[in-house]
Design a protein around this ligand. Structure first.
Ligand code: SF4
Length: 337
C-alpha cells in the first residue's frame, strides 16, 4: 500500500504534516473544462530554434517516475509534487474541441505539435477517454506535424490515425534495460520489454520511431546504453537521444531522494548521489538551464561518447531530439468540477 508523501508546495502558504503514518493514497480523477488555449509554448534548449508547441490532455501521471520533471506543474494547481502528482489526475475532456478551434486560427503557422512534456499522452485513462487519439485526428485533419513521447504500448492503438498524419515520430522513453533496473525509478510504467514490443509494432506500420535514453542517472544506468540502442535498433527505431537526470526543483529532488532510499540499498543510493554531485559541481541540482541535461566531468564525456559511438555504429539519426521542454509560464488555474 502506498502512503501520501508530498514535499511542501512552495506556492502554498501552509503544508500538511502527518502525525504518525500518513494515510494511504487513492486515485482521484478530476475533470477540468479548459477555457483557454490548449497549445502551450515550451522552451527546449537543445532543440534547434528552442521553442516547442505542446498539447497535454491530462495533468499528473499515473506512471509515477520518481525523476519526472513534470511533477513541478502539479504544484501550480495547489497539489503536491509527490504522490499527488501520481494519484490526482486532471482530465481535460474538451481538449480536442479547443485544439480544433486553435488550429483553425493558427494552422499555417503551427510548425509542429508535441504530445508529451507535462504528462504521458498514453496514461491508462486514455484507453477510456481517447483524448490523445481525438487530438491526433484533429492534427491529421489540419496536417500538422506531430511528435509523441510515451512509455506506453497503448500508442499502438492509434496506429491507424498516426498513419494519416503528414509527418510524425513516436519516441519511447526507455532508460533502463530490465524491469529490475527500471522498478525503483519507474514503479508504475509498462516494463521495458513491453515498450520494445510496441516500438516494433509502430515501426512495422511504417511510422518513424525512436528511443529516448533519458534520464541517464549517473552511477546507475550508463552501462545500459549499448544494450538499449541495440534493442531499439532490432525493434525498428531509427532515431535516438539521451539526456542526464535533472531535478528541477527542491520538491522533485526531495521526492527522488526519498524514493531511492525506500527502494535501493544504501550503498547504491550513496553512489548515485555522489556521482550526481560530481556532475553538478557539488549539489544534486543544475545551476543554469543550459546545464540541465548534461554533466561537468570527464565521466560524462565518456558517457556521451559511448552513446554517440553506438548510435553511429547502429545508424541512428541524432541531433533532432525531442528533448524535454520546460513550460514557459505556469498554466493558468482553470475550473475544476
Ligand atoms: S511517464 Fe513521463 S510524464 Fe509520466 S511520470 Fe514518467 S516521466 Fe513523468
Amino acid at each position: 500500500m502506498r502512503h501520501i508523501i508530498n514535499p511542501p508546495n512552495p506556492y502554498n502558504r501552509y503544508s500538511a504534516e502527518y502525525v504518525g503514518e500518513p494515510p494511504p493514497t487513492r486515485l482521484e480523477i478530476l475533470e477540468e473544462t479548459a477555457t483557454k488555449k490548449v497549445i502551450t509554448k515550451a522552451f527546449a534548449s537543445d532543440w534547434e530554434g528552442g521553442w516547442r508547441y505542446t498539447v497535454n490532455c491530462y495533468r499528473g501521471c499515473i506512471h509515477g517516475c520518481t525523476y519526472c520533471f513534470a511533477r513541478q506543474y502539479h504544484e501550480y494547481l495547489g497539489y503536491g509534487a509527490g504522490t499527488d502528482f501520481e494519484t490526482k489526475i486532471v482530465v481535460k475532456p474538451n481538449t480536442p474541441v479547443l485544439l480544433r478551434q486553435e488550429l483553425k486560427k493558427t494552422r499555417d503557422k503551427m510548425p509542429h505539435l508535441d504530445f508529451s512534456f507535462a504528462t504521458d499522452p498514453y496514461l491508462p485513462l486514455e484507453a477510456e477517454y481517447q483524448l490523445t487519439r481525438k487530438c491526433l485526428e484533429v492534427c491529421a485533419e489540419f496536417q500538422v506535424p506531430v511528435g509523441v513521447i510515451t512509455k506506453s504500448p497503448l500508442v499502438t492503438r492509434d496506429i491507424d490515425v498516426l498513419k494519416k498524419l503528414k509527418k510524425v515520430s513516436v519516441f519511447f522513453s526507455l532508460p533502463f534495460l530490465t524491469k529490475e533496473k527500471s522498478n525503483p525509478f519507474e514503479p508504475y510504467t509498462p516494463v521495458p520489454e513491453a515498450r520494445f514490443r510496441a516500438m516494433r509494432q509502430i515501426a512495422d506500420a511504417g511510422i518513424e520511431v525512436g528511443i529516448g535514453v533519458a534520464p541517464i542517472i549517473p552511477g546507475y544506468n550508463e552501462s545500459d546504453i549499448p544494450g538499449l540502442l541495440e534493442r531499439a535498433k532490432e525493434a525498428g527505431a531509427t532515431r535516438a537521444f539521451m539526456s542526464m537526470l535533472h531535478l528541477d526543483t527542491d520538491s522533485i529532488e526531495a521526492y527522488f531522494v526519498e524514493k531511492m532510499h525506500e527502494r535501493l540499498p544504501l550503498t547504491r543510493v550513496t553512489k548515485i548521489i555522489n556521482t550526481m554531485k560530481r556532475e553538478r559541481g557539488g549539489s544534486l541540482r543544475h545551476r543554469t538551464y543550459k546545464e540541465r541535461g548534461t554533466g561537468k566531468t570527464e565521466q560524462w564525456e565518456v558517457t556521451k561518447k559511448l552513446f554517440e559511438f553506438h548510435s553511429r555504429r547502429l545508424g541512428f539519426r541524432q541531433h533532432e531530439t525531442p528533448v524535454e521542454a520546460v513550460v514557459a509560464t505556469p498554466p493558468v488555474q482553470q475550473t475544476l468540477f
